[in-house]
Design a protein around this ligand. Sequence first.
Ligand SMILES: [Zn+2]
Ligand SMILES: [Zn+2]
Ligand SMILES: [Zn+2]
Ligand SMILES: [Zn+2]
Length: 502
Amino acid sequence: MICPKRTSELLDLHLAPFKDKDPAWEIGVSKIAGRGVVATRSLKRGEIIFRDSPLLIGLAAHEEDSLNACSVCLKMLPDTRFMCRQGCGLPVCSLCAKKKQHKSDCDLFKSWGPNEPDVANSVIIRLLCVARAINLSKEQRDLIYCLQANLDNNHRTEVRNAAKCFKNFPTDKKLIEIMNRTVAVLRTNGFDKTTDRTNDNQEFNYRALYPLFGVVNHDCIPNAYYTFEEKTNNMIVRAAVDIPEGFEVTTTYTKLFTGNIARHLFLKMKKGFTCKCSRCSDPTEKGAFISGLYCRDTNCTGLVVPEISGLPHPNWNCLECKQKSTHAQMMKSQDFASGAINAKANSNSLRTLVQYLNEKSDSFIPNSNYVVVDAKMSVLQRLQQGREDCSEELANNTRLRYCRDITHVMDKLGLGDSLLRSQLEEQLRREEERRAKRLADEAEKQRKLAELQAKAAEADKLLEVLEKEQKEQADQAATAAPAGTADPGTAPAPPPAAAELA
Ligand SMILES: [Zn+2]
Ligand SMILES: [Zn+2]
Ligand SMILES: [Zn+2]
Ligand SMILES: [Zn+2]
């Protein structure tokens, strides 16, 4: 184990530009592994724990990525004439071409002589982040050596492959060793699409090493989460839940919605350790049943979960009838469900997928299973992008339902704040607002209707009164006139006696 004191000193140097006078953390002995970041006072949910800046950063340049991005500012460039005119083999924008950072990258790569400097080569571009370690100060390089490195058989492949792309690649053992070590540290602690170090479903088109964050240990229910400042690429780490003084700050190196077995395998293979957190020690994963499958006995309604054994192929137990199943037996059910749901997901019709998830899938796979959770996440993503084949009403109802479902899973797992949670809550808030507005609009419509109806009723009453009055007047007139006279309005005829008198 590298001494926490030395790590602290080197981190202090790295963080000098923005380290708080009274930081809320220190490097201490960890209960999880070796050393970690420990809270020096109690932290409230949402509070900033620390900021970190990238010691190394560069384009990830995975083969499938577009390579027309600037190697300095990482911004996308037009897809023609984006390579450096000096022949260093790196893409660079016209602004950054004049910057000190590119001058140093350019000199280094030109001296190595790229085979085809005008052609964007993902291997060369990807190596830049690693090669930049060569020009760091001694303290900065020491800091890289302070970080955990999974020195497995593969960590030398990247530099070995890159060497083939240059005419004069260095042969100096010391330089090669620095680069290989940097690759291993990046793979263990860095951000990169391939290493999947994400707690927020973010994808990275760059690879980067944040040294203080690199010391933060893993927990499958992390108590911290991070976001990035867009302009600087600096990282802000916040408390996901209240963290008491003396507690270790943790993050997650795996996806949140994967079952115990898949997380174990990933952590073992990619990060070289076995997690013993509270979630990993609980076959039900805190009652979230992310791996849960139905019992093979069709008369039993119980859920089946994998045993905690540390084995890649554990036995599974039904929590109800206690029946044991082999891993292979349960994988058959899982594979069938995954296949069926993925087929619907790939069918291009969002409406079909939503109907399937709402009405069919729970007959063969529990809604808590990660395949269902993943499918719902992808539905939300597709709704976010728009242009789907479903009515606005279906889209709104689905958004509301799935956001609630997923936050419910997060609550079950005991997960606090994260970028994902705030995105879901934001969608929920908007959807609930829309709903409230619709209800208010409806109520207003009803109110207006009632008002109109009241007015109409009043008018009816008035009319009735008028009619009644007219009728009464007519009746009165009729009783005043002698019987037989047709018109009550004409003057009465002279009495017959008068005629006789005349
Ligand atoms: Zn640029
Ligand atoms: Zn150049
Ligand atoms: Zn764990
Ligand atoms: Zn059972």
